[in-house]
Design a protein around this ligand. Structure first.
Ligand code: 5GP
Length: 189
């Protein structure tokens, strides 16, 4: 997706060896027009699939999922990372290791919003080692729903996540694939 790649080249920043910062359009400030185009592209790629729900994880996944959901005409459910008195007691729960924070945390989805009739598309901003994606897959599995596929905005193909998900036979559609980082610049696949 050239629009996205250009945005990564012009506004993205590399931190350390493997962190791509895209705060100006995805992770802090949100470029709604770009996210709308991203949503259309996910719809184009999963056009033939029957999908009745989009699942993501807070926080950055929510904007991506909501813009995409307008093209699928389905609701969005986001897994909650924070403890809250408001959250139902009856939840699916799994543990995820955060790539950026280096800690384990629990994510939860109320059983009200995911069940065995659902055909679920998982969307997220980045794919690194696949922990967030596998956590969401675990939640889908617990609910008995069908995981149709996973849509990723930026895949870091040099990390383990893409292979791990492929080994499990999961269809992954990534809109920008980064092969590595050289002299502070991203190299696309
Ligand atoms: P994974 O679970 O695949 O190891 O990492 C994916 C999650 O970590 C994403 O949901 C994203 O929030 C965060 N993440 C991983 N790599 C990067 C990165 O290079 N840049 C940013 N901004 N977030 C990342």
């Amino acid at each position: 997706m050239d629009l996205l790649k250009n945005k990564i080249v012009t506004e993205g920043r590399v931190e350390g060896e493997d962190i791509i910062k895209v705060d100006s359009f995805l992770n802090h400030q949100v470029d709604v027009e770009l996210l709308n185009e991203i949503g259309k592209e996910f719809k184009r790629r999963f056009e033939k699939e029957e999908i009745n729900k989009i699942l993501t994880i807070e926080a950055s996944g929510i904007a991506i999922a909501c813009l995409a959901a307008q093209h699928f005409n389905v609701p969005v459910v986001f897994a909650k990372k924070t403890q809250s008195k408001n959250l139902d007691k009856d939840v699916y729960e799994t543990e995820v290791f955060s790539f950026t924070k280096g800690i384990h945390y629990k994510v939860k989805v109320s059983k009200k919003y995911l069940n065995s009739d659902d055909k679920v598309l998982v969307l997220d901003d980045f794919l690194a080692n696949g922990r967030a994606a596998l956590g969401l897959k675990d939640i889908v599995d617990q609910s008995g729903a069908n995981l149709v596929g996973i849509g990723i905005v930026i895949e870091k193909s040099f990390q383990d996540g893409c292979n791990l998900l492929a080994e499990k036979g999961i269809r992954v559609e990534s809109l920008a694939k980064i092969n590595g980082v050289e002299d502070g610049k991203v190299i696309f696949k």
